[in-house]
Design a protein around this ligand. Sequence first.
Ligand SMILES: Nc1ncnc2c1ncn2[C@@H]1O[C@H](COP(=O)(O)OP(=O)(O)OP(=O)(O)O)[C@@H](O)[C@H]1O
Ligand SMILES: [Mg+2]
Length: 314
Amino acid sequence: MKIWTEKYRPSKFGEVFGQRDIVKKVKALAENGNMPHLLFSGPAGIGKTTLALVIAKEMFGENWKGNFLETNASDERGIDVIRNKIKDFARTKSVSTEFPKIIYLDECDSLTREAQQALRRTMETYAGSARFILSCNFSSKLIDPIQSRCAVFRFKPLDKEEITSVIDNIAEKEGLKISNDTKNALFDVCDGDVRRVINTLQSCAVLNKDIGPETIYEVSNFARPKEIDVVIKMALNRDFEKSRNKLLDIMLTNGLSGLDIIKQLQAEIIKLDVEGKTKLEMIKLCGEAEFRLVEGSDEFIQLEALLASFGLLQ
Ligand SMILES: Nc1ncnc2c1ncn2[C@@H]1O[C@H](COP(=O)(O)OP(=O)(O)OP(=O)(O)O)[C@@H](O)[C@H]1O
Ligand SMILES: [Mg+2]
């Protein structure tokens, strides 16, 4: 059985969901043949690698593999390995095409500043025979000289309508039964990340082709939004102990980390029906707790403090 993210990976521009403006512009650049270096930035699972592969497939046809090098900046030990790999690849002529070869470098934001300087020189050295497509989650981590050498494209998480099209497409081909409630649950769980949608669907389909919202939550390390809502309301009513126990229980049954929980708390607070100012305070408190967790504070102490401070708001 093939993994669905590969089975359903688009191989033509027309098959990419969402990212409409980007696809349109990139398609024009690729067809023109004189493509500049590109920089794709954005969160995980929304089509960066996919679009780079589509460009290669559309420009080079069946010979694309000979003209396309994919390497991952964070896997390779240092920029030297990358440079040698790039050098070996770029110094031979493109196979059966006059377009330059394409080098796709994933996770560029994990390169140190020195490595980025080296990359910048490499990009210049081989600009005649190869084009670079760089990919990263945060373009702000890249040095300016790299950004200014590339046409920058910021990918966005897919919206609900676009995610629904992804789901419908797979449901039809795999014979899945998916209600609107299930689609809503999938959207909650995936945050616009197509890879996560597809993986979740495949895990559910192994159990049953008729997929209910419960199954989505079960396979995806995600607490049911209703339960999180209960925790928040208890905390606001100063039912501190109950709210803390419930939160602990949710974390343990769903295998959630403190950071997962804070994201979910925040999402529920936004939907909450409370006074405007209270809501703003709560969101601010979530941000502070999140920061402390990222810095390495104790999860449980920070989450308890967060619930306690909700109680002190009203
Ligand atoms: N916009 C999209 N349209 C259709 N399928 C998509 C799209 N984005 C992602 N996918 C699906 O999700 C899988 C993963 O996407 P991709 O490898 O392009 O993610 P990425 O943006 O490069 O993420 P990462 O930052 O983690 O590398 C693809 O194989 C494809 O099946
Ligand atoms: Mg990728």
